[in-house]
Ligand binder design. Structure first.
Ligand code: THU
Length: 142
């Protein structure tokens, strides 16, 4: 297994400090590496209208797209809680959109736990851009 990407974890822990979480009190930080080598980060931003809140991963991916990158290589997600944080269902879909099935998703916490998961393990048989591509008769789902 690849060594855990401490530069991404460092960025994710730093941006987690900025999380706006007056409702859940559960701060999350995410930092991703794009194919260009650039790192983008984001934190969760909640709202009094609860469903309008956005996840840390969504913020990091939006920053990546705004920065001109489209290819997500790996992403680290950090929080503090009983079980290691893993991306919610919607964010799994967001990660697959830009990272494809092989993207590495790293989960971590402040006490040093680290876990690597692939996007396809988090979201098997994902619907994705390939699903809407022209039919070649040979395509398998991600
Ligand atoms: N949250 C994230 O930002 N990312 C995750 O991977 C899981 C959940 C946020 C959403 C909400 O602000 C808080 O954590 C509690 O669900």
């Amino acid at each position: 297994m690849t060594d855990s990407p401490e530069d991404l974890f460092e960025a994710a822990f730093a941006v987690r400090e900025m999380a706006y979480v007056p409702y859940s009190h559960y701060g999350v930080g995410a930092a991703l590496r794009a194919a260009s080598g650039r790192i983008y980060s984001g934190c969760n931003v909640e709202n009094a209208a609860y469903p309008v809140g956005t996840c840390a991963e969504a913020g990091a991916i939006a920053a990546m797209v705004a920065g001109g990158d489209r290819d997500l290589v790996e992403i680290a997600v950090v929080a503090e809680g009983g079980a290691l944080v893993t991306p919610c269902g919607g964010c799994r879909q967001r990660i697959v959109e830009f990272g494809g099935p092989k993207a590495a998703v790293w989960a971590g916490d402040l006490r040093g736990r680290r876990r690597r998961i692939t996007a396809e393990d988090l979201l098997p048989l994902a619907f994705g851009p390939k699903s809407m591509a022209p039919d070649t008769g040979e395509q398998e789902p991600d």
